[in-house]
Write a protein that binds this ligand. Sequence first.
Ligand code: BGC
Length: 687
Amino acid sequence: MTLEEKVGQLHQVPPFFFSDSLVNEVAGPLRKYKISEAQLYRVGSILGTAGPEEMRQLQTMYLEKSRLKIPLLFMADIIHGYKTIFPIPLAIAATMDVERSRLAAKIAAKEAATSGIHVTFSPMADLARDARWGRVMESSGEDPFLNYQMTYAAVKGYQGESLKDPSTLAACGKHVVAYGAAVAGKDYTQAEVSKHSLYQYYLEGYRACVDAEAELLMSSFNVVEGVPSTVSPFVLKTLIRQHLGFKGVIISDYDSLNEAQFHHVTHTGEETALKGMQATLDIEMSSGIYQNYIIPLIKKGQLSERLLDQAVLRVLQLKEKIGLLDDPFRGLNPALEATLPLSEAHYQAAYDVAKASPILLQNEGVLPLNKEDDVVFVGSLLDEQNLLGAWAWHGEAERTASLGMVLRQRYSHELIPFDTLNETHVARIQNAKKVVVVVGERSKEFGEARSKVSPTLSEEHIQLWHQVIAINPSVITLVLAGRPLVLPSKIETSKGLLYSFYLGSAMADVLADTLFGQLNPSGTLPMTLAREVGQLPLHTLSLPTGRPFEGKTYTYTSHYIEGVNSPLYPLGYGLSYTSFSLLKAKKMHENDQAILLEVTIKNTGTIPGEHPVFAYLHTPPVPVALPEKTLVGVSRISLDAGATQTFTVTLPKHHFYYYDTQYRRQSFLGPFTVTVSLIGETLDVSC
Ligand code: BGC
C-alpha cells in the first residue's frame, strides 16, 4: 500500500461526499472539508447511510475506481433497532434483563445487516447520572453493575457467535471516556470526574465492551483530565488499551479529532494529527485531519510510519474479520430488507422486550383498569405517533400506532387528546370514576444535543395535571419520557402512577395492555427520580458522609435548608399488580467466578407476576471511600398467583472490586453480607 492508501483507510466520510443526494443521518456540523476525487476513492469507511440499493451502488462505484479494491466499511447508528424499533436503551435497562438487551441488539443487527451496514455505533456504555443530559436515554442508567451487564449483553447480541455470520454487526462501544459525566448535563462540555470515580464507576461500561470483545470503541467529545479524549494518550492508551486491554479499532466521534483545535489543545492540523496518532486513535470520523496531515508528518520524520501501519492493520483486520474482504456486499439483501424489518415476528420481539419496561410507581387500587370502568383519558400525548424515541433514524413513525389509536380500536372509553380543556371536557372529567392523564416528553426532547436546564414537565403539562387532579382526585398519571424527569411536587398524590420510557414500535400496545391488566408491570427504575432539579445529579451510590443528616434540629449536617435529601423514587424502585413475599435466602454455592444464592419467593397476590430481585453487597472495609452498598446481582423471577418457588441469583465475582489509591483493581475479601431485595422486602445473607 502507498502512504496515501494507508491514510485513506483511516478516513471515514459521510456519504454526501459521493453524492449530494446521500445526506441521511448526520448529527454534527456539515463541514465539507476539501477532499479530492483520488482521496475519496481511497477512504476506508462511510458513516450514516443505509438502504440496500444505495449501499450496493456506493460499494460498486468505489470498487470500480479504487486501485486496491479493499471494500468500504459501512457504519451507522443502529441504537435501538433498524426499522423494528425496540425500547430506548434506558427503557431496556428498566427491564433489568440482560436477555432482553441481547435480543434487541440481535434483531437490530439482523435487520440492519440486510441493508448493507457492517458496524453499529452502539452500545453507548456511558454511565449517566444527570437527568439534564439528553443522552441518558441511550444509556443503561446510573449504576456501574447494570451498565456492565446491559452493555455486555448488547455487544454479544450485535456480534453473535461469529462476525463471519452476515446477519451480525460489529459493535462500537462509545464514548470513551466519561461522556456521561458532562458538567451540569450539558452536551459536548467537559466531564468533571475524579480519577478514582473514573476507574471505580465510569470505566465499567467500557470494560464490558472489551470483555464482550466489541470490535470498536469510539472516543468521546469531552475533555478528561485536561485533554479531549480523542487526542488523549491517558484515555486511549493508558485506560483503554493498557488498563482494559482493548486491541480493536478506536474511532473518533463525529469531527472530534478536528475539534481538538476548538478545545485549544492543539493549534495546527499537523499537531492534531500527530496527537491523534500518538494516542492510537485509528479512524477519524468526518474530519480531514489525518487525510491531510499524516503524510507531511511522516515525510518530516515527526511521525513513525509504524504507528500508521499499526492503525491501518487494525482497520484491515476488522474488514477481514467480518468477511468483507471475501464479500464486499456482506449481508446486503434487498429481498430480505423488504420483508424482515417490521415483520410480525420482529414486532412480537419488540413487544416482548418492551412489556417488561413500564414502571409502576404508585397504585392505590386503581390499576389495572377494567373494560367496564368509567374512565376517561386526557392529554395530547395520546395522539403522539412518534413513540419510537430519539436515535431511530430508520424507524417509521407514520407506521407506528399512537396510544390513542390503540385505545380507540380496542376500547370504547372517551379520549380527550388535548392539553387545554374546554367546559365539556371539564364536566366529563368531573363525572368520570377514573381519569388517566398522560404527560411527559416527546421524542424530539431527548437524545443528542437535547440537554435541559430543567428536566421537568412542560408548563402546559403541569397545568393540565393540576387542573385534572383539582376536579377529580381519582387520577392515574401516565408519564412518557426519555429521561428520569423531575415530576411536579404533588405527583405522589396520584392514585396511580405509571412511568414509561419510550418503548419503540410496540409502545402503544404495551401501554394499553399494562393499563388494562393484560400485562403486569415489572420494570424498575434504572435511574433515580429526583424531587427537585437542584438535587441533580442524584443517584444511589453516594459516599457516606462524616456528617449524616439526622433531622433539622442540628444544623451542621449534610442537607439542604429548604429541600430534602431523599429522592422521589430510588434506583430499582417499581411495584407490581401482585405482591410477593421473600421467604428465605441463603448461599448455595461459590466458585472462582461467582457466588450463587438460593432465594425462595411466594407470589402472595391473585395474579401471575414477574419482577427483578436485587442483591446488594455491603462494602467490606477498604482504604478508599465507597458507597455502603453496591448492586452485585439482579435476577428476574416469574411466579403464578399463590405459587412459591426457589430461584438462583448469581453474583459474578468480578463485580466485587474496588480501585485502591494507586488505581489498581483489587478484589474484596470476604466474608460478605449481601442484602436480597424485592419490592420493599429484604433479607440478609452471609456469604
Ligand atoms: C454522536 C455519536 C454518533 C455519531 C455518528 C455523534 O454526534 O455523538 O454517538 O455515533 O455522531 O452519528
